[in-house]
Design a protein around this ligand. Structure first.
Ligand code: ATP
Ligand code: MG
Length: 650
């Protein structure tokens, strides 16, 4: 993907302040140590960040590639690492979770309380027949109990399969059956935009469709909505926990014991059930949390706004932060309830020091306007993080200026459900930051940008992102589909992991993510990246969000078609489209000029907030949009299709 004019290579950098650099948890020597002896480095991290009941004998067994074994012979209990050991170290009084419900109810859960809850839950699950090697489906919103449920499974050596609470009964049914879950944990309902919602009915419907493996449903009471009850199958969570002993003796499990199955977001197609195991996953999530977010448990209040239904919620709400003994905020609701400043009121109220969120949320806040964060004191923030999509430079600069007071480092973290933990990201006390680039592989990670033949590309060149060495938190397979695992990730460049993302190396060697390889456009022989054209559009003062796709074109092969959302207060005028086209021509070059631009109210997004370009491509090529089951709001596509048919193409 080459663009006629290269923006990134002339990019200014933002070095860490000397004060921040001096106190930073991660110093530059991490890179040196990892480069000198990569496996030795991981062994060191494993012993520093995780407590093993039996030490491992080998760091890595790659003889069964692409199926890795990390920390061979090591035994541990993941839940004990996340909870018990902090209590044993004398930190039982520290708050683990500051829960804030959407209606404004709050609850502070200390590590000692979390310890008791997890032990009771483990006993309750055991009483329902759950044992090591089983699977448990968790269909819950953002509640304390959701985290307790995941940890209780981990404590028993059973794998959880968390299904995002916004998914339909059908999606839930197929995930329950795919994993052959024995138990489903859900709740009566939650709150969303000020109104009670229900979850239990979806579980009832999912099980009514047939789920022979399920013997019980454990139901958390959250909002008191009335629920149907199947005697003998359904059990109240609070009754089960009250009836269970407050102590539970934890067993040790092998480092490769399955920890969870989790489905990818479905941005590019049918979701894949990704399998993660225990030791390596915990080591890398704990290590990255500590070093990338520069956290110290005595000092920081951490908040990741993801949902536990996504991998970010697994790795950077549950396992990484709790393994580090952090205090964190868990928020149940939406960012605009009761008002568009809810997030910023939470930052102020709890003195949040580290905030980890997604570009889609940042761009939404940009669209809403600066007046909302301006109502609150955000001076407690020390580090900001971003994950899930490209953060375009405009959004990066807004995030740093408006939320970070031009002071906080921003960690743009590239990783996937499959990688389990962060892979490419700056270290906040070391790296001079570049707006819009995830920059460099973390110490211990080896990534490359390669061309079609698998050769590393030179400075300023674009290609495919691959991971050339195994890493501790790597996926151990696709649940029940060995062949798809090999085909999807290991066949394009044999021996190396193919991430499916396009990337560029700039003149300094920094990595820029360019979007999905499937989304790359070819216009008159020029390979153009969606990410770069979208960034150019968003750098126009009128534009809040943009999605770009390539549509088949008789003359040019493919033509650039753009969909844009305007910023709050901006109306589409007679010159808007021409203005935006010229702006792209000026920023990138005439070749990248969109053939058509459509102003829309919303873009189709997955429930994890990513733009689904494949659906827009269907619209741009006048097809009926394909699979929309992981879309947040399918009416968005109807509105765009209707608008597209009404827009004259030039
Ligand atoms: P599916 O694999 O089902 O299509 P998905 O890829 O959206 O779904 P995830 O594992 O949640 O599912 O997302 C990982 C992808 O998100 C990455 O491959 C990349 O495309 C994108 N991504 C994540 N973080 C970043 C980042 N910091 N910069 C650019 N892209 C990112
Ligand atoms: Mg993916």
């Amino acid at each position: 993907m080459s663009t006629p004019q290269d923006q990134s290579t002339t990019q200014a950098t933002v070095p860490p302040s000397p004060e921040f650099a001096a106190q930073a948890v991660a110093q530059a020597d991490l890179y040196e140590r990892a480069a000198a002896d990569r496996l030795g480095f991981w062994a060191e991290q494993a012993r520093e960040n995780v407590t093993w009941d039996t030490d491992f004998t080998d760091v890595l067994d790659w003889s069964g590639a692409p199926f890795a074994k990390w920390f061979v012979g090591g035994r541990l209990n993941v839940a004990v690492n996340c909870v018990d050991r902090h209590v044993e170290a004398g930190n039982g009084d520290r708050v683990a979770l500051h829960f804030e419900g959407e209606p404004g109810d709050t609850r502070a859960v200390t590590y000692a309380e979390l310890h008791e809850q997890v032990q009771r839950a483990a006993n309750a699950l055991q009483a329902l027949g759950v044992q090591a090697g089983d699977r448990v489906a968790i269909y819950l919103p953002m509640l304390v109990e959701s985290i307790v449920a995941m940890l209780a499974c981990a404590r028993l050596g059973a794998a959880h399969s968390v299904v995002f609470g916004g998914f339909s009964a059908d999606a839930l049914n197929s995930r329950i059956n795919d994993a052959e879950a024995k138990l489903v944990i859900t709740c009566d309902g939650s709150y969303r935009r000020g109104k009670p919602t229900t979850l239990k009915p979806a579980v009832d419907a999912a099980l009514a469709k047939g789920a022979p493996s399920v013997t019980n449903v454990l139901v958390v009471r959250r909002n008191g909505e009335e629920v149907d009850w199947v005697e003998g199958r359904d059990v109240w969570w609070h009754e089960a926990l009250e009836g269970a002993a407050p102590q539970h003796e934890a067993e040790s499990f092998d480092a490769e014991n399955p920890l969870f199955v989790l489905y990818t977001s479905g941005t590019t197609g049918k979701p894949k059930g990704i399998l993660h195991t225990s030791g390596g996953y915990l080591v890398q999530t704990a290590y990255t949390t500590k070093n990338v977010f520069d956290v110290k448990p005595e000092r920081d209040v951490y908040w990741c706004t993801a949902d536990i239904g996504w991998v970010t919620g697994h790795s950077y709400i549950v396992y990484g932060p709790l393994a580090n003994g952090l205090t964190q905020v868990v928020y149940e609701g939406t960012p605009d309830t009761p008002d568009k400043d809810r997030w910023w009121s939470i930052v102020e109220k709890y003195g949040v020091t580290v905030l980890y969120t997604a570009p889609t949320a940042i761009r939404t806040c940009m669209k809403w306007g600066e007046e909302h964060p301006a109502k609150h004191d955000l001076s407690s923030l020390r580090v900001l993080g971003s994950v899930g999509e490209n953060i375009n430079p405009e959004a990066w600069n807004w995030y740093r200026r408006v939320i970070g007071s031009d002071r906080t480092p921003i960690a743009d973290t590239w990783w996937q459900t499959e990688t389990g933990a962060q892979m490419i990201a700056p270290l906040p006390g070391v790296t001079a930051l570049k707006a819009g680039s995830a920059q460099v592989p973390l110490p211990g990670i080896v990534a490359e940008v390669v061309d079609d033949a698998g050769e590393p590309v030179g400075p300023g060149q674009t290609g495919y992102l691959v991971l050339t060495e195994p890493w501790p938190a790597m996926l151990r397979g696709i649940w029940g589909d060995e062949q798809r695992f090999k085909d999807t990730y290991w066949s394009r460049f044999p021996g190396r992991y193919f991430a499916g993302d396009g990337a560029k190396r700039d003149d300094d060697g920094d990595i820029w993510l360019l979007g999905r390889v499937d989304d790359v456009m070819n216009v008159s022989g020029h390979r153009l990246s969606t990410a770069e054209i979208e960034s150019a559009l968003v750098s126009h003062p009128d534009v809040a969000e943009a999605a770009v796709v390539g549509a088949t074109d008789e003359t040019t092969g493919q033509a650039v078609v753009a969909f844009v959302i305007l910023r709050g207060g901006h109306e589409q005028g007679p010159d808007t489209v021409a203005d935006l086209r010229n702006h792209v021509a000026k920023e990138i070059g005439p070749i990248a000029k969109p053939k058509s631009i459509m102003v829309v109210a919303e873009l189709p997004k997955t429930r994890s907030g990513k733009i689904m370009r494949r659906l827009l491509r269907d619209v741009a090529e006048h097809r009926t949009p394909g699979d929309v089951t992981t879309l947040t709001d399918s009416s968005v596509m109807d509105a765009i299709s209707a608008g597209m048919n009404a827009t004259p193409q030039d």
